[in-house]
Structure formats: C-alpha cells, structure tokens
Design a protein around this ligand. Structure first.
Ligand code: UTP
Length: 297
C-alpha cells in the first residue's frame, strides 16, 4: 500500500534571469498567461491531484507571491457593492485556506535540490510532490493527477518525462531506461544535463515529481552536481543505488517551458486561443500574418 500524496513543494526561489529586466521586481511565477499567473496553473493542477498542503520555497523579492494568495477584503467588498459577481468569484477562487500554504526561505539559490531540501521538516516521512511552476502543462487530466494515479500502482519515485530532440537533451535531466512499458518506463539511472553524445536516451524529465521522503536524506549530503548546483536529479538517482524504484511517466498533455521566452510566448498563444472570450478576435489577428509581420518591424 502506498501512502497518499497530500503535500507538494513549489520551488520558486530561482532568480529568473532569463526574464530580466521584468524579474528585477516581478517574480517569474507571477507573470501571466492571459490573465492568470503561472503559479495559479500549478496550484490548480495540484488541487486536481488531491494536494492539501502547499509548500512554497521562496527567496528575497517574492512577497508579491505571498500577497497573491491572500484574501483581498477591500477589493472583494468593492466588487460586491458594484454587483460584479463573476469577477468576485474569479478572485475568490485564488484564496487559499488558512494553514494550507507554508512559506520557507531558501537563503541562497544553491540549486533545485537545495530548494527542495529546505522543505524537509514540513515533509517529514511522507511521500511528496514537487511542481516547478515554469512548466505549464495543459491537458484533460492534470499531469500531477496522472502521476498520483501511477504512483498508487507502482510506488517508488515517479518523474514526468517526455521525448525531446537530441540537440536539447543537455538542458534536461535524462532517464536511463531499464524497461519501456509504454506510458511508464522503469529506469536504471538518471543524468542531469548530459552532453548530447553521452545521453542515455532522449527521454527528459520535466518539472513534476512524486518522491519518497528518503530523497531528502540524499539531499542532506549537499553534493554539488552539474553547473555547481545541488541537483534534485542526483538525489533521485541515488534512490536506485539503494534499491528503490524510479519510474518515468509519459504524461498526456502539452507542456510549455514558460521559464524560456519562446516557451512563454507559445503558451500565451495556446492559452489565448483556448479561451472562449478571446478565441475569435485573437485567431483573426493570428490569421493576418502580414499585419503581424508589419507590426513587428
Ligand atoms: P531554473 O533553472 O529555471 O532557474 O529553475 P531560475 O532561476 O528560475 O531561472 P533562470 O534560469 O535564471 O532564468 C527551475 C526551478 O527551480 C527553482 C526555480 O524557482 C524554478 O522554479 N529554483 C532553482 C529554486 O527554487 N532554487 C534554486 O536555487 C534554483
């Protein structure tokens, strides 16, 4: 019997340098796809997977993120007075229950593994999820829900995986596949940011994980990995050496790398087109390629 996964860590302490100068004062996770910040998509996905405790690993300059999840009584009562019930509902859907969110500081950006380790006391001895809000995944079933379902069958550790072009593998953690069972693979290793020539496969890990609490013990050792950072991938790979399983799940859905400018723009177009209230006007604009080109010149 596996234990239920009710806790998720959201590491949001990175500096977001690829979005400077915006990220000088706006946390990357607050940047919006249409009208919802990246972090809202991550929270909704986690809720749909049954997560009850949301642990944010933050850093200096991220207070906008804490405010975002707080109640906004003045705004709410002004919308109420004006009878703007729809907007009021939208606003209320962002409120989180008292005690459901915890914030932990990562004092220095020493890497994703270190950020996750900062939450160790709140995790205790339970399995936990990790969600990187820069990876936004659209699809019928929440990606994390697909992972929780798989975890209930397999136990072990589960990472979300997708095939990427060989030329891109050096940007990802990559799985060394033991047994390919279609939508799930078992693994015999994991390498962070390998050279394309040395990569064990082109099955890359993206920002969703369900992990055993023992991963925290490996992170305790604070070993630096690729790029001099404390890598979560290395700690997960360590699970294999101790006889625990690591599976990759080929999730159903479309993933957008919103940590990069190109990915963010693609997501903006896709999410804009998915909206009933914007689709007609927006697709008419996109169809008029000539005028887009002229505007860009
Ligand atoms: P990234 O590698 O995208 O780094 O981190 P970044 O700082 O956010 O962005 P760039 O590369 O400078 O533009 C992946 C995820 O890990 C978190 C980030 O917040 C992001 O969610 N992270 C990374 C931490 O929380 N702490 C770290 O020390 C490093």
């Amino acid at each position: 019997m596996t234990r239920r996964v009710t806790k998720a860590i959201f590491p949001v302490a990175g500096q977001g340098t690829r979005f400077l100068p915006a990220t000088k004062s706006v946390p990357k996770e607050i940047m919006t796809l249409v009208d919802r910040p990246l972090i809202q998509y991550a929270i909704d996905e986690a809720r749909a997977a049954g997560i009850k405790e949301f642990i944010f690993v933050t850093s200096r300059g991220k207070s906008a993120l804490e405010d975002y999840f707080d109640h906004a009584p003045e705004l709410e009562s002004s919308l109420e007075k004006k009878g703007k019930t729809e907007l009021l509902e939208t606003l209320k859907s962002t409120n989180m229950d008292s005690g459901a969110i915890a914030y932990i500081r990562q004092h220095m950006a020493l890497g994703l593994g270190h950020a996750v380790w900062c939450a160790r006391r709140l995790i205790g001895d339970e399995p936990f999820a990790v969600i990187l809000p820069d990876d936004v995944i659209s699809g019928e079933v929440s990606c994390l829900k697909q992972m929780v379902d798989a975890y209930e069958e397999t136990g072990g550790n589960i990472v979300a995986a997708m095939e990427v072009p060989q030329s891109k593998v050096s940007s990802y953690g990559v799985l060394d596949v033991k047994d390919d069972m279609g939508h799930i693979v078992s693994t015999k290793g994991m390498v962070e940011k390998p050279d394309a020539a040395d990569a064990p496969s082109n099955l890359a890990v993206i920002g969703r994980y369900i992990l055993n609490p023992s991963v925290m013990n490996h992170l305790n050792q604070m070993k630096q990995g690729a790029g001099g950072e404390i890598q979560l991938t290395d700690a997960i790979a360590h699970e294999l050496t101790e006889g625990r399983d690591v599976y990759g799940l080929r999730f159903r859905g479309q993933r957008f790398d919103c940590g990069s400018k190109a990915g963010f723009l693609q997501a903006t177009v896709a999410f804009g087109l998915a909206r009933d209230d914007l689709r007609d006007e927006f697709s008419a604009y996109l169809d008029d390629v000539q005028s887009i080109r002229r505007a860009a010149e």
